[in-house]
Design a protein around this ligand. Structure first.
Ligand code: ZN
Length: 278
């Protein structure tokens, strides 16, 4: 499945590629934009183009986020041959898994850090005028917005809102989000890796159940989609733990085999007939 991708261009030696399913996402948004525009008597084509381009605009920040991970990984000598764009987001594909908890923490936090840095830069263009951002955030969370509140976003505010949501969403301490990996890395600095993953995955599963309940009973917009997303997060936690445990068991088997081989090579000279030394 991962091979169904189209290579775009290279940036700083990193190949940017798009998975073919990404075009389904674009097609879906284009179709929705066409329908929405047509229903109010506007041009369907313009509606489709503007809806699809808003997805592309969003992915500019996804790419920047992934480059944050990639640059931090390269800092520790881990090669990042490719950044792959999927309908659910981006994926910086690394040549090795960072086993040092501190390195994993830095590589992981570097993604959301880019989003917050973008917010910082946008503050220069829209300094402290956060009222429309907060109003849109309240709307997004299904909360009441007081009448007369300014809700129109200018482009720096729109970029700030996108990056605020992207940065915060990725910091939720669940797998496969950055927050889950950061929590695991923090725990792994004091605990064995498998145990740290078990605790992080358990916390993630509890949060996923809380998320499902909140989505169904409080968070009104996109209720079922959000509940399904948290359902996916629940299973992602379980999968991550199983994967780490299996990898650790395989490593352990290899260690034992190598120990046995090592023991044999040490035994070997004593099995040789004694040599006469002059
Ligand atoms: Zn990330």
């Amino acid at each position: 499945m991962l091979n169904w991708s189209i290579r775009l261009f290279r940036v700083a030696g990193i190949q940017l590629a798009v998975h073919s399913t990404f075009f389904l996402l674009l097609a879906y948004f284009a179709w929705e934009g066409w329908q929405d525009a047509s229903s109010v008597g506007a041009s369907g084509l313009i509606g489709a183009l503007s809806s699809a381009s808003s997805v592309l605009f969003l992915f500019i920040f996804v790419i920047m986020h992934e480059f944050g991970h990639a640059i931090a990984a390269r800092h520790y000598g881990i090669a990042v041959p490719q950044i792959l764009l999927l309908p659910i987001g981006g994926m910086a594909q690394m040549s090795a898994i960072p086993r040092n908890p501190w390195q994993e923490f830095v590589i992981t936090i570097a993604g959301p850090a880019v989003n917050f840095a973008v917010i910082g830069v946008m503050m220069i263009f829209a300094p402290f005028h956060t009222e429309p951002i907060m109003a849109n955030l309240r709307e997004f969370l299904g909360l009441q917005v007081a009448a007369g509140t300014e809700t129109d976003l200018h482009w720096p505010q729109l970029i700030m809102l996108i990056n605020l949501l992207m940065g915060c969403f990725n910091l939720i301490p669940v797998f496969p989000m950055d927050g889950g990996r950061m929590l695991r890395a923090a725990l792994a600095s004091r605990l064995p890796y498998v145990k740290a993953t078990f605790i992080a995955a358990t916390i993630a599963k509890v949060l996923a159940v809380v998320g499902i309940l909140l989505a169904l009973f409080w968070f009104t917009p996109a209720r079922y989609q959000t509940a399904i997303l948290f359902g996916f997060i629940y299973f992602a936690g379980q999968t991550e733990y199983r994967m780490v445990k299996r990898r650790e068991e395989e490593d352990e088997r290899w260690r034992k085999t190598l120990d046995e081989l090592h023991a044999r090579t040490i035994v070997l000279p004593s099995e040789l007939p004694p040599q006469n030394t002059p």
